[in-house]
Each structure stands twice: as C-alpha cells, then as structure tokens.
Write a protein of this length. Structure first.
Length: 442
C-alpha cells in the first residue's frame, strides 16, 4: 500500500455555481434537493450510489465511493448561477420541461430562491437565443467583466457562508473557434482581456474568473474554455483543478460503450451513421451551424481514438463516420438518437447493428454535473492542480496532457477514475491480473 494523500476535510458548505441555468443545471439542482429530502434517488451518479472494490476479490471490501473518499455531502451543497434569462430556477425548470411539474413543486420553495446573476453574454458566441433580459452591461473591457464575475463569486461566498466553491459550465454551446495567439499563454490572455480581444469567449471569461478566485472549473459543453494553454497555465500557477469537456451522455455514451466491445473482438467497422432529433433549447442553439461545429468536433473524435485505425487499417481504415443533430421541437428534452453501424467479421461478412436510444438528455447529464462538482472539490482538497484526466469518464472530449492521446473507452476511464481514488486513499491499485488466486508455480 502507498501512503494516503493528505486531503483536507470536506467541512462546511460547498457552493456549486453554474454559468447557465437551463435544462441540465435546473435538473441538477432539483434532483439534489429532492434526493436530500428523500423524495427521489440520485440514479446515474457514481458518487452517490457507486461502490469501489478494495484489495483482493476474496476480501469482500466494496464500500460506497462516498464512504471511501471524503466527498462533500448532498446536504452541504448550495447552488447558484448566472443566466442570460432572468427566470429563477423554479421558472427555468418548468420551462425546460425535463422534470414533471410535481417533482419541481416538491422543491419549489428552494428553487425559487436560486436567482440567476446577470450573465457575461455576447450574442456573437451563442446566436439562437432571443429576448435575453439578464446580461451585465456591455461597457468596459472583458477584464472588467471578469472582475465583475469575481465579485459575484465573493458575494455568493459571503451571502451563503460557503467554505469552498466549484464551477460547472452548464451554459449553451458557443460557436466554434480555433485557438489563436491570445490563448497561448497567460500574459497574452490577460492583455487580450484588457483589450477585449474578439477571440475571447464568454465561457473563457468565466473560467478565468473562477481560477483567479481559486474555484475549480469543469466544462460541460464542447466549446473551447479551459482547454487552452493560458488556462492550463493559470490553473497550475494557482493550484486549481480544471477538467472538460462536454458531458458524455446519450449517443456518445453509447458509442464509447459499444465501440470498445467491437474492437475487443476484432470486428471491423465500415460505417457509423448517427442522427439525433431533439427539441430543447440546447437543440435550438445547435441548429446554428457554428455551434453545431463545436459539437461535431467533440462527437467525431471519439471513434477514431477508440478504434485506432492506424493500428488496424484493415478493420477501421475505411470507416465512414457521420453525425447529425436535428432540432425538432415536439420532442423537447426527450431526444431520440439512432445509430446504424455497418460492421464485418470472419472472412469479411457484413452485419449491421441498429441502436435507437430514446433518452432524456438532462436526466443523463445532471448526475454527471453532480459527480464533477464533488470530484473537482475533492481534487482541490487533495492538492491536485491543472488538468484532471482521471475525470475523463464524464466527458466526450476528455482534456489531457499535450503529449498523450485522450482515453475515450468508458471502461478504461472507469478503471482510471477508481484507481485514482484508491491512490488518493493509499489503497492498492487494481490491475485485474488475477494470478493471485491460482497456484501457477507448481
Ligand atoms: N443535456 C445533455 O445531455 C448535454 C450533454 C452534453 C453537453 N451538454 C451541454 O451542456 C450545456 C447546457 O445544456 P442544456 O440542455 O442545459 O441547455 P439549455 O439551453 O437548457 O441551458 C443553457 C443555458 O445557458 C444560458 N447561457 C448561454 N450563454 C450564457 C452565458 N454566457 N452566461 C450565462 N448563461 C448563459 C442560456 O440562456 C440557457 O439558459 C450545453 O452547452 C449543452 O451542449 C448537455
């Protein structure tokens, strides 16, 4: 066994701030409030119901993760956020239409108290939102906006008496933009903030404000936010964890479950066509081609990395991968994702797999946002800073060190996450070798 890492205790309240108080964020708040009243179960959350094996299989030590590592308890969470619309969390949850009204009513009094702070918002970065009514004044520079956000964080801290804060981006997907000079180091970025450089996105202003305020930042959307060199540098300098990006729900979750299995059995894939219909506000934003581009980039990379066509050109070299998202209002948050997978096996004989996933986007995303908030806080207390690759499990495009490729296989990601928890607590890492149960030496 190794020495356990020094982890500061999870005493006091933990503030969870979400830029964006739409479908995912309000489903997160309402779910946690309901779970702590015992009205519903937090299914889908590894931190709340997952167990972790410790030691040998015949040791029978399988504690709950939340009993094994010192996580903040649901009772200690305090939610807050920013949104470009002034609806409080109760009204926003009703409009999002994810949860049944009776679920929202059951925690209505608490949701009504969560009012959005005015957003740092720029319609150039999110085009399909109309009639926004809760935006910080546009005068001043982007640095002034960052300072206004830092003041919001300070006020939130003192008004709610929270000991620690984490930020989880639950805002709309911003339009696609590549890295530019202004993102390359902290000095250029800060100069860019003072000159209101057009390549600095609102999400990057939130992330800068978070890190300057010693607040870990997790990015639930596919936009470029903490995955820029300037932000990695800032996170390391300030000793604050960052992670991203894009919650791994729905179709990509299925892809990262199915693709490793096909590859494990050395089955070839000729084509993978994925199409979705969804009718929530996220779908409306993604109807804009530039916002879709951010999403497309994040969805397409996954298969390539899992299947490794460079190692298996005969199986995956010709793979045709297409992803479509169509905005279809009647469906609301209840997305339907179809996958047609053309595979081949022994002697090249073709086969097909069809997946029709009738999912609920925010029902899948909310537990990920919760786990990220709790694990990012744990990482901070454990003295971890910069990129938290061990949280890849939660993301479509996991942030990683520049010299390695990202790990997208859900099962490798889970093993990585659990081994990181074991390592923090000074427990033996589990290799699944299995020889210890057999007497091979005789
Ligand atoms: N639901 C899922 O399964 C899922 C999965 C992966 C990623 N995501 C991403 O999570 C994000 C949230 O999804 P959602 O379904 O809650 O969307 P949503 O449209 O319901 O909510 C997003 C909210 O962000 C607000 N917003 C936009 N720009 C902002 C800014 N600069 N500051 C503050 N608020 C801002 C919008 O007004 C809106 O209320 C999206 O980017 C989405 O792509 C969602």
């Amino acid at each position: 066994m190794s020495k356990p890492v020094d982890i500061a205790p999870a005493t006091g309240k933990l503030g969870v701030l979400t830029p964006g108080m739409g479908a995912v964020a309000t489903t997160l708040y309402a779910g946690v409030l309901a779970a702590r009243k015992g009205l519903a179960q937090p299914y889908g959350s590894l931190t709340q119901i997952g167990h972790i094996r410790l030691g040998r299989r015949d040791d029978a030590r399988n504690p709950l993760i939340k009993d094994f590592v010192p996580l903040a308890s649901l009772d200690d969470l305090v939610f807050g956020g920013w949104d470009a619309y002034s609806d409080d969390a109760y009204a926003a949850a009703m409009k999002a239409g994810v949860l049944e009204p009776h679920h929202i009513e059951a925690v209505g009094d608490e949701l009504r108290l969560i009012e959005p702070m005015p957003a740092v918002f720029d319609p150039k970065w999110v085009r399909n939102l109309n009639g926004v009514d809760n935006v910080k004044p546009a005068e001043g520079t982007k640095m002034d906006q960052a300072e206004a956000l830092m003041a919001d964080i300070d006020r939130f801290r003192s008004e709610h008496g929270v000991e620690r804060v984490v930020m989880v981006w639950c805002g709309s997907t911003e339009t696609y933009k590549d890295l530019s000079e202004v993102h390359m180091d902290l000095e250029s970025f800060e100069k860019g903030l003072k000159e209101s450089h057009p390549d600095i996105a609102p999400s990057q202003i939130y992330a800068y404000a978070a890190l300057q305020s010693d607040v870990p930042f997790a990015n639930g959307a596919p936009n470029l936010t903490v995955d820029i060199p300037a932000m990695v540098q800032l996170a390391e300098e300030r000793g604050v964890p960052i992670s991203g990006k894009d919650f791994k729900t729905g179709q990509t979750l299925m892809k990262t479950i199915v693709a490793p299995g096909l590859k494990a059995r050395m089955l070839g894939v000729r084509g993978w066509f994925s199409t979705n219909i969804l009718g929530n506000r996220d779908g409306e934003v993604l109807d804009d081609p530039d916002s879709f581009k951010s999403k497309e980039v994040s969805k397409l990379g996954v298969l390539e990395q899992i299947l490794q066509p460079e190692l298996y050109p005969e199986l995956y070299g010709e793979l045709y991968h297409k992803v479509r998202i169509n905005y279809y209002p009647p469906r609301g948050d209840e997305k339907e994702g179809w996958d047609n997978i053309d595979i081949f096996g022994w002697l090249g004989y073709p086969m097909q797999i069809k997946i029709d996933f009738l999912c609920r986007d925010s029902i899948l995303a909310a537990p990920l946002a919760l786990d990220l908030a709790l694990f990012m806080d744990l990482a901070h207390r454990a003295g971890r800073k910069g990129i938290q690759e061990w949280l890849s499990f939660y993301y479509k495009t996991p942030q990683h060190a520049p010299e390695v490729y990202p790990e997208n296989d859900l099962f490798i990601q889970l093993a990585k996450l659990k081994n990181n928890l074991r390592q923090m607590m000074g427990e033996e890492l589990i290799t699944h070798l299995g020889t210890e149960y057999y007497d091979y030496e005789k």
